[in-house]
Design a protein around this ligand. Structure first.
Ligand code: CP
Ligand code: NVA
Length: 302
């Protein structure tokens, strides 16, 4: 039997596998894929944090592939009352065919994968958000043709999204420029690892990152679990809003991406998110297509 494969981080896939996954997602999006690789199969979706896109796109995606998805709020299952992850992993592996989990500590997702015997998909941790970045890569491929030779800018918090962008840059070899306020930089080890694989610029100056860039990317200043830091972060991130002036410094064909939910007037201005360079709705839609490709690959025989 083939070993169980998980998707906890972008480097779990090779460059060739990422491209194959996006190709499959594109076929699915075009309606060229009619197989039902999840027939008779169930995806369990454990959520310890809120979600609109991840929850709905995984549930709809599983259904469209012939399978079923089960919403498991971490508050309602015994995990929330202290049942160990490793016990949950072994029990759920006997009912389900795959688990998608959104939680705080990335180590919990690794433990779930280590003790379970079915594929585990990371639906966001404090450290990484790899499914979102797969969708973003598809969006860039659709709008710019390719990421090859392109400069991608990240403006804002060095958070789970920034860390996953670093992993994507390392895997695919494009240039990544991150502008984050001092003290809000991405994970040091992830910067080091990917900085050795591709061109990574880390700056505190949004204009330096945006100048001539082909993609301008941002995210909220206070992620889930950091709500009480909101005011302090709003002060630290002053000058980091992606507005028309900053977009004007990018390549004229540059697109704006945001994983959503967005806070207009904080990390992005109303005119940019609603403007002609914004691709945020396509980006949100692409979650469905890439995750279907991921489920078909990991849980079924794509
Ligand atoms: N982008 C994203 O993951 O959205 P949700 O938090 O709504 O799932
Ligand atoms: N960085 C954000 C992403 C939300 C999809 C968070 O973790 O809350």
């Amino acid at each position: 039997m083939a070993p169980v494969r998980h998707f906890l981080a972008i480097p779990d896939l090779s460059r060739e596998e990422i491209v194959a996954l996006l190709d499959l997602a594109t076929r699915m999006k075009r309606g060229e894929y009619v197989e039902k690789p999840l027939a008779g199969k169930t995806l369990g979706m454990i959520f310890a944090k809120s979600s609109t896109r991840t929850r709905v796109s995984f549930e709809v995606g599983a259904y469209q592939l012939g399978g079923h998805a089960l919403f498991l709020s971490a508050r309602d299952i015994q995990l929330g009352r202290g049942e160990p992850i490793r016990d949950t992993a072994r029990v759920l592996s006997r009912y389900l065919d795959g688990i998608m989990i959104r939680t705080f500590d990335h180590a919990d997702v690794e433990e779930l994968a280590r003790y379970g015997s079915i594929p585990v998909i990371n639906g966001l941790t404090d450290l990484l958000h790899p499914c979102q970045v797969l969708a973003d890569l598809l969006t860039i491929r659709e709008t710019a043709g390719s990421w090859d030779g392109k400069a991608i800018a990240w403006i804002g918090d060095g958070n789970n999204m920034a860390n996953s962008w670093l992993n994507a840059a390392g895997a695919l070899g494009f240039e990544l420029r991150l502008a984050c306020p001092a003290g809000y930089q991405p994970d040091r080890k992830i910067v080091e690892r990917n900085g050795a694989l591709t061109r990574v610029l880390l700056t505190t100056d949004p204009e330096e990152a945006a100048r001539g860039a082909h993609v301008i990317n941002t995210d909220v200043w206070a992620s889930m679990g950091q709500e009480e830091e909101q005011e302090e972060r709003a002060r630290a991130f002053r000058g980091f809003m992606v507005d028309a002036k900053l977009m004007g410094m990018a390549d004229p064909r540059a697109v704006f991406l945001h994983c959503l939910p967005a806070h207009r007037g904080e990390e992005v201005s109303e005119d940019v998110i609603e403007g002609p360079q914004s691709r945020v709705w396509e980006q949100a839609e692409n979650r469905l297509h890439v995750q279907k490709a991921l489920m078909a690959t990991l849980m079924g025989a794509a």
